[in-house]
Design a protein around this ligand. Structure first.
Ligand SMILES: [Zn+2]
Length: 141
C-alpha cells in the first residue's frame, strides 16, 4: 500500500489517498447499489437509481474517512505523527509514524471513531476498520 496511491484530499494537513484497489471496490459498490436502488426506487428512471447509488457509495467512503480521521487526530493529539489516511480494498487505514508508547494512548487511538454513529457502524462489513490494527505495523515515514 502507498505505492500508486492517488491523493483524493488533504484534511487537517493529513493526506487522504486511495490505492488503485479502492477504485475496484468503488466500482463494485456503485454497481451493486445501482441494482438495489433500481428495485427500491421503482417508477424512477435508471439515471436516478445510478445517481443515488453514486451518492450512497461516496457517503460510505466519507464515513470511512471520518472514522480514520478520528484515529488520526487522536494519535496526533497524543504526540504521534500521521503520515496519511489510505483507502484500499479492505477499507481504510490511518498510517501512524510510530507505535503508541502506553496502553492508554493505544486505547484512546483505537476508541476514536468520529464517523461511525451506531447505525452506520453496524452496516460496515468486517475488515473495513483496519486502521488501528495495521497502523501499529507501519514503519516510520
Ligand atoms: Zn477504526
Amino acid at each position: 500500500m502507498g505505492t500508486g496511491s492517488i491523493q483524493l484530499a488533504r484534511l487537517f494537513g493529513i493526506r487522504i489517498g486511495a490505492s488503485p484497489s479502492w477504485f475496484v471496490v468503488l466500482f463494485l459498490m456503485i454497481y451493486y447499489l445501482s441494482g438495489v436502488f433500481d428495485t427500491a426506487l421503482e417508477g424512477y428512471s435508471n439515471d436516478t437509481s445510478y445517481v443515488v447509488a453514486v451518492i450512497g457509495a461516496l457517503l460510505f467512503f466519507v464515513s470511512l474517512v471520518l472514522h480514520e480521521l478520528g484515529h488520526a487526530l487522536v494519535a496526533r493529539r497524543n504526540g504521534i505523527g500521521v503520515s496519511s489516511i489510505e483507502l484500499w480494498f479492505f477499507g481504510g487505514l490511518a498510517k501512524l509514524t510510530r507505535d503508541p508508547t502506553t496502553p492508554g494512548v493505544d486505547f484512546r487511538i483505537s476508541a476514536a471513531r468520529l464517523g461511525h454513529p451506531g447505525l452506520a457502524y453496524g452496516t460496515l462489513p468486517a475488515g473495513t476498520d483496519t486502521g488501528a490494527i495495521v497502523a501499529r505495523h507501519t514503519p516510520p515515514v
